[in-house]
Design a protein around this ligand. Sequence first.
Ligand code: AMP
Ligand code: ZN
Length: 115
Amino acid sequence: MSDCLFCKIVSGDIPSSKVYEDENVFAFNDISPMAKNHWLFIHKEHTKNANEMANENPEHLLDIFKAISVVTSDHGVVENGYRVITNCGPDAGQTVFHTHFHVLSGEKLAGFGAK
Ligand code: AMP
Ligand code: ZN
């Protein structure tokens, strides 16, 4: 998608702080971190949200979660734990419409579920 921010990050047209890359997946530091480690995992092939990915390219979910497993293991955060979030649609506050998974770690995270 020519005017998608995260497609431009994958292509290198917009700079990012890369933490991981393989043939399918790209991960980088969130520009506005909500935890000590705040990484965004995206597939190189554009879909707009998790439902579109699950319906049109379900294998992309495996690619993403395998990459999350590699990066969290490499950073030694698996034992203490980490959180994966995907915001899908306006009520969730999705602002970038290229499917992405936030991975938060490196500190005790605030309780989840407050409105
Ligand atoms: P969401 O609100 O779930 O759509 O998340 C979009 C995320 O992208 C936010 O956490 C932003 O801080 C992050 N973000 C926006 N632009 C950039 C950028 N150029 N580099 C890294 N992260 C970004
Ligand atoms: Zn895109």
